[in-house]
Design a binder for this molecule. Structure first.
Ligand code: ADP
Ligand code: MG
Ligand code: MG
Length: 885
């Protein structure tokens, strides 16, 4: 089938495959779309992603069919432009660009000005009447091609350019004359011969196929793989290749190139936003070589900058651009990120895509566009990435806190971060792995720095504008970033830096404020986030459209309050053992587990009862009227055992038992595989008095709060690690008996449920029978994943990354539910549980309850609620709404 698609000129534009981003990639599909609605797009063609996969998987050479299709498509471009590829008098030049279905900014390299050689450069010079421009284009081409296709270090070429400038006493590239460029081209070609023992390829066809090959190869480059891993982009999609006639922003002062957003991608404000450079090409704007100029007059004035804005310098081209911004926004019904070039006054569009945005901007855009009638509420809900909300839920710098401001740069990505200065990406990763918070400080960043940017709490660069690599990537990752802080000067050898006149070194703490570009010494105090405004509006819409309830996993009063603020509708998992580790209790817990008999255990439990009751009172007070699932003691007793000599001495004093006896007892409790050992309901079966005490604490607390507040919580007592109906039956009897005793003593009753966690495969399979006793199921998908896959979560780190890279798992199954495998057990248990007890309440309390993909699965399976950690509650609310749309 057709795998090469043309656009521009009289190219047909009805092809459904060409519009499909999985076939032509985002860039290719949008270029074709823009061309088809008559916008000024240089003509070109797109090679489908499947050719990339064929090339990578079969390692085969390009097929005759592909070569034929490319030749035909190239002929289309030649006809449209009226120039010949390789023509010595007036050559067609092209760009070769990658473009996957999902945008991967900066991940793959673009080659510009392809088709130039020692002969065509002369043709370009005479046809354009501009020798300097022709040789500038040629040197750019040799450098890019050598870097991207031939694999030479671009530093070699940069160095040669620096030397050339130094020799001539020039400061800027713009001072280079035609002859200077010519000389540099000769030097570049010499470098290629020296490095490769072969001349720079002169045959345009060889150049073209070399570039196509390089784009395909770039899909499998390390940095692309890292980016995909960090962004959960599947590895098997491949990239398309776009070959497009060149337009030139480097043809003098009536030419320019730029990038723009139709609205402010940091704040969502309705204002054109972008950067441009006169007499420049392609990546110049984002590369940070020259400082780009503002697009609009308003932005230039606000910044107090001198160089004219595009609005002022090129009013006509700007007016057309602004018109196209509005047109594209209405067409795609979303904020667009646009790349453009002006060639001798004529505007050309080179790319449009939905612009990356901060969470704050995403919310504002979604809410504003509903107000503008551009999209409806449902679309607005679907527009916001639930995970991005995370950025908004965390503290920002306290405006009243003192700030020791070192310098200011550009507010490239909002949010604030404090951390220790690190000067390279590897160090950032190492320090973060050992538990430090770091700020990555670089002259500028490049795709090789991605892992360090991801590890860092924030990013500071000395060079680069608002659309520089650092800015774009940081916004995408939700990392605060200050870019272009020109007073930052780094001395790499000494691992020191100066900011303004202050000396600093790696390891010193700084704070950056990505919302205003400030860089401060030390740590600055923070304040809690604002949950009203656009956030509140979108959440309201989400709540209206979701079916599932959202609860929280919490066991402290503070977490409960936080979760309710975030909209939690109850507790899905309260882990009682967390309460046992407190300093004043651990000794009592140890006395209990090291007791020789029931009487000894009861003595310790009696002292724990009021403590535990107090915990529940505090939780219930926050959660009145809401369901609270409380899990009875679950971890192996092993985890509570004393380790240090001092612990034993203390216990001996408290109990009056000899240290030796306590040590022996502790030895007896040692387990080889505690995860599958004496834990969960097995504790309740062997020592019912433990669960009895916990049940008593729960019901007494519930009665107390009901009496005091007039509204009772709804306890849902959860028995963990059940495999059989009989286990649940025995333990439910204990809980019910205690409940009746407490109710009788208080002269009141309270609604409650007894149910179980489904976290063993047998429990899922036997759910029909277990539901005869259990009144609710909560899927404990952490353990269910461990027990189903036979993988220990705590040990999986060593091999899981490799598993994900090799495509064995699409994602880490402890982060995102293995829907195909573990998911089946959830489905089976749901179906069988409901068959027995149609009204059975079903929820999920594993870590997966805060993961959007897993939440979508829960919705589809028909669960009643998901439960997530407090900060994930808004994420879950939004994801639940998206799932039901
Ligand atoms: P990326 O995906 O990294 O943005 P692109 O393929 O969009 O890479 O290319 C980067 C830049 O190169 C573009 O923004 C544009 O300025 C320039 N460019 C690409 N193709 C052309 C072309 N045909 N004519 C002029 N400039 C081009
Ligand atoms: Mg690029
Ligand atoms: Mg681009």
């Amino acid at each position: 089938s057709e795998t090469v698609f043309t656009f521009g000129g009289n190219a047909p534009h009805s092809n459904a495959r060409q519009k499909d981003k999985t076939v032509t990639g985002g860039k290719g599909a949008n270029l074709a779309e823009m061309a088809s609605i008559g916008l000024p797009v240089p003509p070109g063609f797109t090679i489908a992603t499947e050719e990339c996969l064929k090339y990578l998987n079969e390692g085969a050479d390009f097929s005759d069919d592909l070569r034929r299709q490319v030749a035909e498509a190239l002929a289309h471009v030649e006809r449209t432009v009226g120039k010949g590829f390789g023509d010595k008098a007036d050559p067609l030049l092209v760009s070769v660009r990658s473009g996957a279905a999902v945008s991967m900014p900066g991940m793959m390299d673009t080659v510009l000005n392809l088709g130039l050689n020692d002969e065509t450069v002369e043709g370009l010079a005479s046809a354009s009447g501009d020798e300097r421009f022709a040789w500038d284009s040629y040197r750019r081409f040799i450098q890019m091609y050598s870097d991207v296709v031939l694999g030479l270090d671009h530093g070699l070429f940069e160095e040669a350019l620096e030397i050339a400038k130094e020799d001539n006493d020039y400061y800027a590239d713009t001072e280079m004359s035609a002859d200077d460029w010519k000389a540099l081209v000769a030097e570049y070609k010499r470098i290629v011969v020296e490095e490769l023992d072969a001349p720079f390829p002169q045959d345009p066809q060889e150049q073209l196929w070399g570039a196509i090959r390089a784009v395909f190869d770039s899909w499998d480059s390390d940095r692309a793989k890292v980016y995909r891993r960090l962004n959960d982009i599947p590895h098997h999609m491949g990239t398309a290749v776009n070959v497009q006639a060149m337009v030139f922003g480097n043809m003098g002062d009536t030419s320019a190139t730029g990038v723009a957003f139709t609205r402010d991608p940091s704040t969502g404000e309705k204002a054109y936003y972008g950067e441009w450079l006169v007499n420049a090409q392609g990546e110049d704007v984002v590369a940070g070589i020259r400082t780009p100029q503002y697009l609009t007059k308003a932005a230039r004035e606000a910044a107090g900058a001198k160089p004219l804005s595009m609005e002022e310098a090129m009013p006509e081209a700007y007016a057309e651009l602004a018109h196209l911004f509005d047109l594209l926004e209405r067409h795609y019904r979303d904020m667009q990120d646009i790349e453009f070039t002006v060639q001798q006054g004529k505007l050309w569009l080179l790319q449009t895509r939905s612009g990356k945005r901060t969470a704050k901007a995403a919310l504002k855009l979604a809410v504003d566009m509903v107000g503008e009638g551009l999209i409806d509420e449902k679309t607005a809900i679907l527009r916001v990435d639930p995970m991005a909300l995370d950025q908004l839920l965390h503290p920002t710098l306290d405006p009243d806190a003192p700030r020791d401001v070192l310098t200011s740069g550009l507010p490239a990505s909002p949010g604030a971060a404090s951390g220790k200065i690190v000067l390279d990406a590897d160090t950032a990763e190492i320090w973060v792995n050992r538990g430090e918070k770091v700020i990555l400080v670089r002259v500028e960043t490049s795709p090789e720095d991605i892992h360090g940017m991801h590890a860092a709490a924030g990013i500071l660069t000395a060079r680069g504008g608002m659309t520089s690599h650092a800015a774009v990537v940081a916004r995408g990752m939700g990392r605060p970033c200050v870019s272009g802080a020109s007073q930052v000067s780094i001395a790499r050898e000494g691992r020191t830096l100066t900011i303004g006149n202050r000396e600093l070194k790696e390891g010193d703490t700084i704070t950056i404020d990505g919302s205003n570009g400030q860089v401060m010494a030390g740590e600055v105090a923070t304040i809690e986030p604002e949950l009203a405004g656009d956030f509140g509006t979108l959440m309201e819409w989400a709540d209206k459209h979701r079916r599932m309830k959202v609860r929280t996993n919490a066991e402290t009063e503070a977490d409960c309050r936080m979760a309710r603020q975030f909209g939690a509708e109850g507790i899905g998992l309260c882990r009682t053992e967390h309460m046992f580790f407190d300093a004043d209790r651990i000794s009592l817990v140890r006395q209990m587990i090291l007791a020789e008999n029931e009487a000894g255990r009861r003595a310790a439990l009696d002292k724990l009862l009021p403590e535990q009751r107090g915990d529940f009172v505090k939780i219930f007070e926050v959660m009145t009227g809401l369901p609270c699932t409380i899990r009875l003691l679950d971890p192996p007793l092993h985890e509570f055992l004393p380790h240090e000599d001092g612990d034993f001495v203390e216990l001996a004093e408290a109990t009056g038992r000899p240290v030796e006896q306590l040590r022996r007892r502790a030895g007896e409790l040692h387990e080889f595989n505690p995860m599958l050992g004496h834990r969960g309901c097995r504790l309740g079966i062997t020592y019912p008095e433990i669960y009895e005490m916990q049940a008593r604490a729960i019901f007494e607390a519930a009665c107390e709060v009901a009496k005091a507040s007039g509204e009772a919580p709804i306890p849902e007592v959860m028995i963990p690690l059940v495999a059989t109906k009989r286990e649940l039956e025995l333990l439910k009897a204990v809980v019910d008996r205690v409940a009746q005793e407490v109710f009788a003593a208080n002269g009141t009753t309270i609604d409650y449920l007894v149910g179980t966690m489904i976290e063993l495969p047998r429990a899922a399979l036997m759910a029909g029978e277990i539901a005869e006793v259990g009144e609710f199921f909560s899927f404990g998908t952490n353990d269910l994943t461990q027990t189903t896959l036979g993988v220990s979560r705590d040990d999986a780190g060593r091999f899981l990354t490799t598993y994900v890279e090799k495509g064995i798992f699409a994602r880490d199954p402890f982060v995102s539910l293995d829907v195909e495998g573990v998911g089946q057990l959830v489905e089976i248990a749901t179906e069988r549980g409901r068959a027995t007890r149609p009204a059975i309440k079903l929820g999920i309390c594993g870590e997966h309850g805060g993961d959007p993909a897993s939440i979508a699965f829960c919705d589809k399976t028909g669960l009643d609620y998901v439960s997530a950690s407090p900060y994930r509650v808004p994420i879950a609310r939004l994801a639940a709404a998206q799932a039901s749309l």
